[in-house]
Design a protein around this ligand. Structure first.
Ligand SMILES: Cc1cc2nc3c(=O)[nH]c(=O)nc-3n(C[C@H](O)[C@H](O)[C@H](O)COP(=O)(O)O)c2cc1C
Length: 190
């Protein structure tokens, strides 16, 4: 798939087919992620590729976070129920990828590390699109980062940057409208 097409057709997918993703395909998109630029060329990224019961635990943790902010069962709108269902199961995705960054006490270096990992995560999402896979960049699960760290045995010298489910999409959401360029760009010296 051509790059601009991947950029424009990537959507946040919240419903997946149960079909497994071949390990070679996962490996390929991870390799694409490692071609991202990185501060000081430290290549700060580390990825956890999770399936099975640990993946289900990640989903349940996010489900609890989402449920906490909602009205009790019976008083929820269909949209709220739908979102909760997505959260509890991560849309039935067979795999979850978690991006980690080295923890750094110095604010500027921490920022540099986070930006490097975010760049690689963006590459990963686009490569996944190119392979016909769905993803959803997520930071909501970090609202209970302590639990997530425990479930995934994340060492103290790493911080979790983002999470994505990975699998073959079972929905084709319409694109969220984008702000006009005029609203987000200031041309200087032109
Ligand atoms: C930093 C970041 C955090 C996000 N966290 C979540 C999340 O926790 N749960 C979720 O369902 N979507 C999450 N999203 C997905 C956004 O809702 C989505 O990107 C946005 O609505 C635009 O839709 P699109 O990705 O289909 O273009 C996140 C996206 C980003 C970039």
């Amino acid at each position: 798939m051509e790059l601009y097409e991947a950029i424009k057709t990537r959507r946040s997918i919240r419903k997946f087919k149960p079909d497994p993703v071949p390990r070679e395909v996962i490996t390929k998109i991870l390799e694409m992620a490692t071609w991202a630029p990185s501060g000081l060329n430290w290549q700060q990224w580390h990825f956890l590729v999770v399936t099975g019961p640990k993946k289900d635990e990640v989903a349940r943790s996010y489900g609890r976070i989402v449920e906490f902010g909602m009205p009790p069962a019976g008083q929820r709108s269909p949209q709220q129920e739908g979102f909760l269902q997505w959260a509890k199961t991560l849309g039935g995705a067979p795999v979850v990828i978690v991006a980690l960054s080295p923890a750094h006490g110095h604010p500027a270096l921490r920022k540099m590390n986070l930006e490097s990992v975010a760049a690689s995560f963006s590459h990963l999402l686009l490569a996944a699109t190119s392979e016909g896979l769905g993803t959803c960049w997520m930071t909501g699960p970090l609202n209970n980062e302590a639990e997530l760290r425990k479930v995934l045995a994340v060492p103290d010298d790493k911080e979790i940057v983002a999470i994505t489910p990975l699998g073959y999409p079972a929905e084709s959401p319409v694109a969220a409208p984008r702000k006009k360029l005029d609203e987000v760009v200031t041309w200087i010296g032109f």
